[in-house]
Design a protein around this ligand. Structure first.
Ligand code: NAP
Length: 324
């Protein structure tokens, strides 16, 4: 099969298309013939050994993808060849990932991809939607009727967070950095959109809440926004730090009078039980249409380097995916 293989960490040029052996499923495993793979910012951190991540080499990048079950190992009962699926990670064997024509997955790592969702949309589900769900439901314990600010709503996690919060019956505010992004977040159901590059957008958000403040903030760039977020919170408000790319100074006093909380999270801390629950919830939303992954750009698998460069550019618009 064709796959992107990384033999040394570094810039996008280390993503090289190679011929690798086709995977064979063992007990409890399946092989997915992938049609699309999702590109996440974490793929860039791993490739460049940034943020304390050092992958074992060589490796095939990617945890997200969608395709059709091609082969099933012994002991697999709930999945059959020909099933359309999206994947949530790949089996931890050498040179196995989703930037490839085939991936070896544990049976619990594949989930039904309902029609009419495309494979590209399927590749946009795992990390963004599971992260958004865990941030809003598990960490913030958000409630219907509460207000939420998706601070960075135009990218993969942001779009997912807006759709999940809308489906829960929250009042949703979202930010983006371009006119296109602002239009996108409104189309996903945000009740109001704000430009995070505008000088007065924080006071506009505070006014939109009627001066009460925001109950939950899902933060995509905490190193820029965390102190501002604290000033926007309502009493008992919670900020969930999803994305962060540097240090930040905060005035901790802003948390005191509000009984406010700053909550960190990483999807990697989710247990197998958490993931089963999260994907069951996402599956229901995909079937009833409240969750609708948005694919902004597609690149051929061979152009993974260009896709990695694009993910780090400003002006997000949903997900970037690779197609095989
Ligand atoms: P993405 O698709 O590249 O989106 C990035 C988002 O950040 C866009 O909406 C972008 O808006 C927004 N942004 C840029 N400048 C901003 C600012 N000053 N204030 C607020 N938002 C701003 O990335 P993603 O996949 O959604 O991931 C978002 C972040 O979460 C990344 O840092 C990623 O590493 C992290 N993440 C963490 C976890 C976890 O487990 N904790 C899981 C997944 C992702 P514009 O481009 O419109 O300006």
């Amino acid at each position: 099969m064709k796959a992107i293989c990384v033999r040394r960490t570094g810039g996008p040029e280390v993503l090289v298309l190679e011929d690798l052996p086709d995977p064979v499923p063992g007990e409890g495993q399946v092989v997915v013939r992938l049609h699309a793979a999702g590109v996440n910012p974490v793929d860039i951190y791993i490739r460049s050994a940034a943020q304390g991540r050092q992958p074992s080499l060589p490796y095939v990048p990617g945890s997200d993808g969608a395709g059709v079950i091609e082969a099933v190992g012994s002991g697999v009962a709930d999945v059959a060849t020909g099933d359309r699926v999206y994947v949530s990670g790949a089996a931890q064997t050498p040179a196995n990932g989703t930037y490839a024509e085939r991936a070896l997955c544990a049976a619990v790592q594949v989930h039904p991809l309902p029609l009419p969702l495309t494979f590209a949309q399927g590749a946009a589900i795992n990390v963004p939607y599971a992260t958004a769900y865990r941030a809003i439901v598990d960490r913030a314990r958000a409630q219907p009727g509460e207000t939420i600010l998706v601070h960075g709503g135009s990218g993969g996690v942001g779009v997912a967070a807006i759709q999940i919060a809308c489906a829960m019956g929250m009042k949703v505010y979202a930010t983006a950095g371009t006119a296109r992004g602002l239009q996108l977040v409104l189309e996903q159901g945000a009740h109001q959109a704000f430009d995070h590059h505008a000088g007065d957008y924080l006071s506009a958000i505070a006014s939109a809440s009627g001066g009460r403040g925001i109950d939950v903030i899902v933060e995509m760039l905490a190193n820029v926004n965390l102190d501002k977020d604290l000033g926007l919170l309502a009493r008992h408000g919670r900020v969930v730090v999803v994305g962060n790319r540097g240090r930040v100074e905060i005035d901790a006093r802003q948390t005191m009078g509000r009984d406010a909380a700053i909550l960190g999270m990483t999807l990697m801390n989710a247990t197998p039980q958490d993931l089963a629950r999260i994907h069951a919830a996402l599956g229901a939303g995909l079937v009833n249409g409240s969750l609708r992954p948005i694919v902004g750009r597609e690149f051929p698998l061979a152009e993974a380097a260009a896709a990695h460069a694009a993910v780090m550019e400003a002006g997000a618009y949903g997900k970037i995916v690779l197609v095989t």
